[in-house]
Design a protein around this ligand. Structure first.
Ligand code: PEP
Ligand code: MN
Length: 326
């Protein structure tokens, strides 16, 4: 049994620790921003939740037989800048280029993304690239272009923070901070991003188990993230006909069994645009609460991931079908 005791903001955390010790519990303390929580060691005494809730200054007690009680406690719906993502909410659609290439490009794409019925504009400013010689993004400038384009067209922003240095900039300019597949296991980055207090889109590591993925979500919540949206983007396999294999088992498991917010990125799963509409429909059928899709106004000239970028008319057709009548 795992237990997390969270202290009410402004309450005396030391007094809470003494109360927990008096109940016979061994605890580790975590501070994130103005929030303190205590992790109760598994080998501690068994104490009823109600008794801990009665300690002055305790706000909540999360307990679970699973190793990620905060993920469980956070529930099936995440709120991101007024948009609900999760069970019972309409499918949330996000789209945009792999990389933000110029202010004019992101503005043209934002107009089409909004017209297609999406809520979020995606776009990379800090790009993780396999080759150090490939285009690695326009950085802070690109974030600013994307924020302005999103505001002009009534969209929210999701963008990746690749390292701890830029994470505060991304948290300031984006509504949802993305942790990329390559960084899902970067626990120092998860702690930093969690402490920034923004909701997080947590992509699954390309060779991560579901338990490892949920554990990474637990890191974010423990360090202060208000909510986590999980994103399945395909896992590595032996099969060379597509970039990755979209794990719909994991999508159904997260949506229907673990009951956490989960969306699907069919673009990085397929790596080729002809499969994307089919995978997108399958993802929604499996229980995904939304989609994040790459698109480009001129896919043939994209600076990254052109082969998987949908044209703007193709994006519009897909999202109109999935988003349904508005
Ligand atoms: C991305 O969404 O831009 C990206 C790099 O995806 P992933 O981390 O899933 O490879
Ligand atoms: Mn990409």
């Amino acid at each position: 049994m795992t237990m997390i005791v969270t202290v009410r903001r402004g309450a005396d955390a030391d007094a809470v620790r003494r109360g927990l010790a008096a109940a016979g519990l061994w605890v580790d303390r975590f501070d994130a921003g103005d929030r303190t929580s205590f992790h109760v060691a598994v080998s501690s005494a068994r104490v009823e939740r109600e008794r801990l809730l009665a300690i002055d200054g305790v706000e909540s007690v999360a307990e679970a037989v699973c190793p990620h009680p905060l993920v469980r406690e956070a529930g099936a719906v995440a709120a991101v800048s007024g948009c609900s993502i999760g069970s019972g909410a309409p499918a949330v659609l996000a789209a945009g280029p792999c990389s933000v290439e110029s202010e004019a490009q992101i503005d043209r794409i934002a107009a089409a993304v909004a017209g297609a019925g999406a809520r979020f504009l995606r776009g990379g400013a800090f790009k993780p690239r396999t080759s150090p010689y490939a285009f690695r993004g326009h950085g802070l400038e690109a974030l600013r272009w994307m924020r302005r384009a999103a505001d002009r067209h009534g969209l929210l922003v999701v963008s990746e923070a690749m390292g701890s240095e830029e994470a505060p900039l991304v948290a300031e300019l984006a509504d949802l901070v993305q942790i990329g597949s390559r960084n899902m296991h970067n626990y120092a980055l998860l702690a930093t991003v969690g402490s920034l207090g923004r909701p997080v889109l947590l992509k699954r590591g390309m060779a991560a188990t579901v338990e490892e993925w949920l554990g990474a979500g637990e890191y974010l919540l423990l360090h202060g993230a208000p909510s986590v949206v999980f994103c399945e983007r395909g896992v590595r396999s032996f099969e060379p006909t597509s970039r990755n294999v979209l794990d719909l088992n994991a999508v159904a498991l997260l949506a229907h069994v673990a009951r956490v917010p989960v969306i699907v990125d069919p673009s990085h799963a397929a790596g080729r645009r002809d499969l994307i509409p089919h995978l997108a429909r399958a993802a929604i059928a499996a229980g995904a609460h939304g989609l994040i899709v790459e698109c480009h106004d001129d896919p043939g000239s994209a600076l990254s991931d052109g082969p998987q970028a949908l044209s703007l008319p193709a994006l519009s057709e897909l999202f109109r079908e999935i988003g349904g009548p508005r």
